[in-house]
Design a protein around this ligand. Structure first.
Ligand SMILES: NC(=O)C1=CN([C@@H]2O[C@H](COP(=O)(O)OP(=O)(O)OC[C@H]3O[C@@H](n4cnc5c(N)ncnc54)[C@H](OP(=O)(O)O)[C@@H]3O)[C@@H](O)[C@H]2O)C=CC1
Ligand SMILES: CCCCCCCCCCCCCCCC(=O)[C@@H](N)CO
Length: 336
């Protein structure tokens, strides 16, 4: 096909220009760090333990000022001591604020305190969240609502307070940034997480839509999608996690919070928006892209093609594990 044919055909010409533009933009941004942190003010929600604490530790070591927000003051104080010890410059500031981020009013109060004491945040990274896994039939409706509040409302109020404060502030030289924390269950929900996965899927949806809207305000919005992370929250989960959920998520090796954070920061530095932390996570993302902006165009396209077929098979196998488990329970005379 000659170039003439391409340029004379409106659909081909449009597709061609979009592909060329995407490649040019990705080449242009290649090598440029899209997530500078030194000297910047970062709020980390859920920064008192687990993944959030690892985010705070890494960014403190890279020269950022850090505010951690969580509920328990004792845990906050202990974590802040550790985080401030990771500082590399005397100019870095550290602050811990106790707030329940399921409440919009509390979230606003915490953000106002940050502004008053240290200024408008440059980066807001939401990590607060967690789950009490279980069989759907066993939750009370209050418990179901609590999972939504704990995961989605915390993220929603945090993003809202951040966008309101950032858009009201004078423009900053470096782009301001919001990072949300979802989970791979937003791509592929499994049995035992049905109170939790929909809240994480809602975060994915918010990240995609807000990213688009925030192009208006010159604020970057990204979200990360870890699989199993070995954290205090995970330890707690294991206590109530159905055996079946453990079997299904056994396909995943798990990562330390440090590994997860290094992978997320790498993605952010490359300017990625929907960030996975393992190859399996990328495969799951590849099968669930929708209209989200791509990370690695080549890999994601390949996965998107292959996964159409792979999901048909893997999905069946996963379902078969469930049926196998049900039969095992019946055979052993056990009830769930
Ligand atoms: N661990 C895992 O396997 C995975 C976790 N994730 C997600 O990563 C994030 C971090 O998980 P992880 O490190 O395991 O969690 P942890 O339970 O270890 O830590 C959760 C943090 O969030 C804070 N927090 C919880 N609820 C609230 C609230 N209502 N208001 C303010 N702060 C709150 C906690 O402090 P306090 O209790 O004092 O408020 C704590 O600092 C979560 O969003 C989780 O869903 C995603 C994939 C896998
Ligand atoms: C196409 C590629 C093959 C796909 C195989 C599917 C394997 C499913 C693994 C699911 C892992 C779920 C981790 C959830 C972590 C989480 O969010 C909770 N621990 C909450 O803290």
């Amino acid at each position: 096909m000659s170039l003439d044919v391409i340029t004379s055909h409106p659909i081909l010409a449009t597709t061609g220009s979009v592909v060329a533009l995407t490649l040019a933009t990705s080449m242009f941004s290649f090598g440029k760090n899209q997530f500078p942190v030194a000297g910047r003010l970062v709020i980390v929600t859920g920064g008192s333990q687990g993944m959030g604490k690892s985010v705070a530790l890494l960014l403190a070591a890279r020269g950022a000022s850090i505010v951690i927000i969580a509920r328990n003051q004792t845990k906050l104080d202990a974590a802040l001591l550790e985080i401030s010890a990771a500082a590399t410059s005397p100019d870095q500031k550290f602050l811990a604020i106790s707030a329940d981020l399921t409440s919009g009013a509390e979230t606003t109060r915490a953000f106002e305190e940050v502004k008053e004491k240290l200024g408008v945040p440059d980066i807001v990274w939401q990590c607060a969240g967690g789950t009490v896994p279980g069989y759907f039939k066993d939750y009370s409706s209050d418990e179901l609502e609590r999972e939504m509040a704990m995961n989605y409302f915390t993220a929603l109020h945090t993003a809202h307070a951040a966008v309101k404060m950032m858009t009201a502030a004078p423009p900053s030289k470096l782009k301001r940034q919001i990072v949300l924390t979802s989970s791979v269950v937003a791509f592929y929900p499994i049995a035992g997480y049905n109170a939790y996965s929909p809240a994480k899927a809602a975060i994915r949806s918010l990240a995609d839509g807000l990213r688009q809207e925030c192009l208006l305000y010159d604020i970057n919005v990204a979200a990360c999608f870890p699989a199993t992370i070995y954290t205090p929250g995970f330890e707690e989960e294991q206590k109530t996690k159905p055996e079946l959920t453990k079997i299904l998520e056994g396909a995943d090796e798990g990562q330390t919070p440090e590994q997860v954070v290094v992978a997320c920061v790498k993605g952010l530095e490359k300017g990625e928006k929907i960030i996975t932390t393992t190859l399996m996570g990328s495969a799951m993302r590849g099968g669930a892209w929708g209209g989200s902006p791509r990370g690695s165009v080549l890999l994601d396209t390949l996965f998107a093609w292959v996964l159409v077929v792979v999901w048909a098979i893997v999905g069946k196998f996963m379902d078969m594990d469930v049926v196998k488990y049900k039969k095992r329970l019946e055979k052993e005379g056990r009830k769930i």
